[in-house]
Ligand binder design. Structure first.
Ligand SMILES: Nc1nc2c(ncn2[C@@H]2O[C@H](COP(=O)(O)OP(=O)(O)OP(=O)(O)O)[C@@H](O)[C@H]2O)c(=O)[nH]1
Ligand SMILES: [Mg+2]
Length: 241
């Protein structure tokens, strides 16, 4: 849920970069850290990573203009894409106000992208009736067998109206466009809430990166770590085609 922080007098919302391992989620945040003015962002915080692979999450908070009269702060997070860590992906997606699904656009990686997208769909279905904006980043467009964004969207059976943007995140291409689109989508929803006079309903304190890490560590104490479920209806539709 977005929060209106009455002490900082700002709105805080969260955009989660989701998707399969090696898709380029962390690369997006690294690129944003590089081009975003240092005085308008936090440091990129990564509680733990192993050989470049995200173990818990990456975190970057940026000042992203205003919604109405209130400054908007966006917490950008990445999930760990590795299948074995999908139980850590779940709470991050539950907390998202918007999602950027990042995947390798290579034809050979399509089954991996489909599986991850199916899991995302299942996670979002659980949050109904709340619907949050989802955008797709068709990353690694530099690869020889990369599907163009429109084709990737069709192959993933992305609903019409969902933006699919191509990127070469490692070269910084497409990262800013995606960030701008994601912020805009989240801001539109917030604007609506504010204009409906619902700001008092979201009054509260936003979570810090340390607090989120504590929540994630507490998960480790649980005995059972079930992996994320897939969206069975989606899987069946994919097989049919
Ligand atoms: N060829 C190519 N490689 C890229 C591109 N974007 C990112 N990479 C590389 O892909 C690898 C994985 O990128 P990450 O950003 O760590 O991927 P991730 O999605 O965070 O992966 P996990 O943390 O395991 O979920 C790195 O070696 C990146 O440099 C791209 O556009 N093209
Ligand atoms: Mg990562």
């Amino acid at each position: 849920m977005p929060v209106f922080d009455p002490i900082r007098r700002c709105l805080v919302a969260r955009v989660v970069y989701d998707g399969p391992a090696f898709g380029g989620k962390t690369t997006n945040l690294q690129q944003i850290t590089a081009f975003f003015p240092a005085e308008r962002r936090s440091e990129l915080f990564t509680p733990a990573s192993l050989k470049g692979r995200t173990m818990f999450f990456d975190w970057l908070e940026i000042q992203a203009g205003k919604v109405g009269v209130y400054p908007l702060r966006i917490q950008l997070l990445t999930v760990p894409g590795q299948g074995e860590r999908s139980y850590r992906r779940r709470p991050l997606l539950e907390s998202a106000d918007g999602v950027v699904f990042v995947c390798d656009s290579s034809f050979v990686h399509l089954p991996i992208a489909k599986k991850s997208y199916s899991q995302l769909r299942a996670a979002l279905r659980k949050r109904l009736p709340r619907v949050i904006p989802v955008l797709i980043q068709a990353n690694k467009q530099d690869k020889e067998d990369a599907l163009p964004p429109e084709e990737l969207g069709l192959a993933l059976r992305v609903p019409s109206g969902v933006q699919v943007l191509g990127a070469r995140a490692a070269a910084g291409e497409g990262v800013k466009d995606m960030l701008v689109s994601a912020i805009r989508s989240v801001a539109v929803e917030l604007q609506q809430q504010i204009s409906e006079g619902k700001i008092h309903q979201i009054m509260g304190q936003s979570q810090t990166a340390d607090e989120l890490f504590e929540v994630m560590l507490a998960l480790e104490d649980e005995e059972d770590h079930p992996p994320m479920e897939s969206d069975e209806e989606y899987d069946a539709a994919i097989v049919e085609h």
